[in-house]
Ligand binder design. Structure first.
Ligand SMILES: NC(=O)c1ccc[n+]([C@@H]2O[C@H](COP(=O)([O-])OP(=O)(O)OC[C@H]3O[C@@H](n4cnc5c(N)ncnc54)[C@H](OP(=O)(O)O)[C@@H]3O)[C@@H](O)[C@H]2O)c1
Length: 334
């Protein structure tokens, strides 16, 4: 750690924070000094970065002094409280939480799609929701070529999307069911082991969940299509890592499956599974590309396409996207 940037991570003990440390090491992000911050609960514990054991501190304003880039892998409450402090200390903040995403003054960025929006930042850059990131990486190249009329998404989302505690809940419930015990739901509204439910985040007055609203709003903002009709149904499934999505895209112009596959085979950040090939959550876990398979015609509408899209929600859906934003901003990296 002799040259490079002074980097802070808020939330290094969580699911996204853990992936962030791994991705930064793999991509050789130029770290000169690393400051790790979490709650009082984790203060004094250690995490490993590039073989070195580093101490986690409780967040304080002083810790942001001299920091070039601060990654926030924390909930919206912590991000909203500490990001202004980090920015006032001179850091650029890259936020994984939902707090700043729809703020018109804050760019919401997926580098493969709208890296240009980074030019407009005022110290804060938001990274989108995991289910939005993989969706826009897959559909943006098609929309660039043929325009968009309507987008429909059904998601199948892993428990790591809720963080570390939810992964433990799936493990405990699975063990309980296999031992003949009744699983107890603590974090989730229903048991998740050997089950699934269309309920991610709270319901609004119209019956949509917070996750569904995030997909609609964030996708429109990133694509720069504020009125694009989008509808989503988000389902939590008993999978540890990676989200899958069935996507129905209606384009303005004709775009058959063959041309769509040709575009996706060249698209940045996409790994195409040709023909009837399809990725699963296990294929995507631990990897960065957004995997797209089963590209076919939707015969029920003009210019309709159906896609199957899978990505690691902790990596491209969170950590990798945040590191790519930092690499683009500072002109470093792979
Ligand atoms: N999981 C995903 O796939 C995903 C994808 C995209 C975005 N996100 C977003 O990324 C953020 C982190 O998610 P996660 O899944 O990693 O959650 P998580 O596993 O629950 O981790 C939360 C982190 O926040 C820290 N924290 C909690 N209270 C704190 C406090 N008072 N002060 C400072 N740090 C505190 C925790 O530290 P302690 O060890 O001290 O509790 C932990 O490091 C959330 O905003 C989430 O919505 C998650």
């Amino acid at each position: 750690m002799s040259s490079g940037l002074k980097v802070a991570i808020a939330g290094p003990t969580g699911a996204v924070g853990h992936a962030l440390l791994q991705v930064m090491a793999e991509r050789k992000f130029p770290v000169r000094e690393l400051v790790l911050m979490a709650s009082s609960h984790s203060a004094g514990s250690t995490v490993t970065f590039e073989g070195e054991s580093l101490t986690v501190h409780e967040v304080t304003a002083e810790l942001f002094q001299g920091v070039d880039v601060a990654f926030f892998a924390t909930g919206a409450d912590i991000s909203s409280r500490w990001i202004p402090v980090a920015v006032a200390a001179g850091a650029v903040a890259i936020d994984k939480s939902s707090f700043y995403r729809m703020d018109p003054a804050v760019p919401l960025v997926v580098p493969e799609v709208n890296a240009r929006d980074l030019e407009e930042h005022h110290g804060i850059i938001a990274s989108p929701n995991c289910s939005t990131i993989q969706l826009v990486v897959a559909v943006a190249p098609l929309i660039r070529r043929a325009g968009a009329r309507r987008l429909v998404v059904a998601s199948y989302q892993s428990v790591s999307g809720t963080g570390q505690k939810a992964m433990s809940e799936l493990e405990t419930q699975t063990r309980d069911v296999l031992a003949g015990k009744t699983p107890v739901a603590e974090l989730y509204p229903r048991p998740i082991a050997f089950n699934l439910f269309p309920h991610i985040d709270d319901f609004d007055l119209e019956g949509n969940t917070g996750e569904e609203i995030k997909i609609v709003r964030e996708t429109r903002k990133i694509l720069g299509l504020p009125t694009l009709p989008i509808t989503a149904t988000c389902v939590r499934v008993p999978v540890f890592i990676s989200h899958a999505e069935a996507v129905w895209l209606e384009t303005e112009e004709e775009l058959g499956p063959a041309e769509a596959q040709a575009i996706l085979s060249r698209a940045e950040g996409v790994q195409l599974w040709e023909g009837n090939g399809y990725p699963t959550p296990l294929d995507a876990a631990g990897k960065d590309p957004v995997m797209v398979g089963r590209v076919r015609r939707d015969p029920t509408v003009p210019n309709g396409l159906v896609l199957w899209v899978v990505a690691d929600n902790l990596r491209k859906g969170a950590a990798t996207n945040a590191v790519q934003i930092a690499e683009t901003l500072f002109g470093v990296g792979t």
